[in-house]
Design a binder for this molecule. Sequence first.
Ligand code: PLP
Length: 456
Amino acid sequence: MASSMLSLASTSPSSSLSLSDNWKVKTKIGGFGNAFVKTKSFGRTTMAVALNVSRFEGITMAPPDPILGVSEAFRADTNDLKLNLGVGAYRTEELQPYVLNVVKKAENLMLERGENKEYLPIEGLAAFNNVTAQLLFGADNPVIQQGKVATVQGLSGTGSLRLAAALIERYFPGAKVLISSPTWGNHKNIFNDARVPWSEYRYYDPKTVGLDFNGMIDDIKAAPEGSFILLHGCAHNPTGIDPTLEQWEKIADVIQEKNHIPFFDVAYQGFASGSLDEDAASVRLFAARGMELLVAQSYSKNLGLYAERIGAINVVCSSSDAAARVKSQLKRIARPMYSNPPVHGARIVANIVGDPALFKEWKDEMELMAGRIKGVRQKLFNSLSAKDKSGKDWSFILKQIGMFSFTGLNKSQSDNMTNKWHVYMTKDGRISLAGLSLAKCEYLADAIIDSYHNVS
Ligand SMILES: Cc1ncc(COP(=O)(O)O)c(C=O)c1O
């Protein structure tokens, strides 16, 4: 890259020297030592020249992202049978990306109104922040009525989680975050980058391909008092296994006993069951107990606004005064990171939720998407049960919820899915049913049965 990089010798002692004729001044030009630097004189000015060596020589190649890297590998495969079940993005029955009709309508309205592109405040669009908290907790929830929720628009789910992680790092030094094992791949990156210590609690039981409820409870009990417990509000990623409402009550009991702080990640509200209220039941159950809690929200999946980066962080506090202070500090964290959030997605959400006709249309469309996923889940189960003569019970697939299914396939078996069958998926055995069509269920069942029985 820098085969002829020139750098004016400019450190103060040497730059004064460089003005004298033909003085050769050795100047450091970077953080990787000066072994690569030669000096040259150009008339009265001395230049340092780096020859064929990058100043970034010390930077090693980062590994591909385990989720987004799957799509790159998929694109490179030329086989017609290939199937991308890696990334969690909704596809139509024809396996095409989908823009919701209600989103197009909201965008047309925005164009007609000729809204400007001025900066938003640091905390985001006020109309968005109002409706997003109402969607989550319910408009008549006392925490909203009493102004106890600090809501700040974030860069989708990821950015909102990252803001909360920075708040924890700054105001709860040394506090641990407990994350489910397994979890969405980016959780660990987020807390690592924010320098927040984390450990795992048991969640998935490979023997039952179900929830290890006792393990989960024991690990939450054993965590140091005052830990943050990261919980998937609904449609746990990657397992698709959620606690029942009775189990949520017990989880809340233990968290309260131990003075922990619940931290919900809600990336699939309305997309899991088809109902916004049903999918927020876990969060509302905790809020109803008067607990302080954090909730990160995303509109990537339920409104298909993946690239608009729209979401929010909500912190429920025990008083409106505390909420105001928390909000002020969230803004203080956001300002040097990205200054203020993007407006487009926020306006889409605010316009849809704020208009009864559009809101109803969204709910209908969401039910349709959730329904299509339930349909392929059922067909995959039927195909597996009909084709697999070994007597294996595949009913765990039907018990899972949301866009993912955790197949129980190990890494070698998942590799076989990709190498032999051209089915792209994450190596933990997760498949995205949102990327599957009814027409491809039989093929996928053949691939799973082969991988499960013929690869150890
Ligand atoms: C559990 C979970 N949290 C958060 C996110 C954040 O997604 P985004 O940043 O696109 O909103 C995802 C996306 O897959 C997820 O599965």
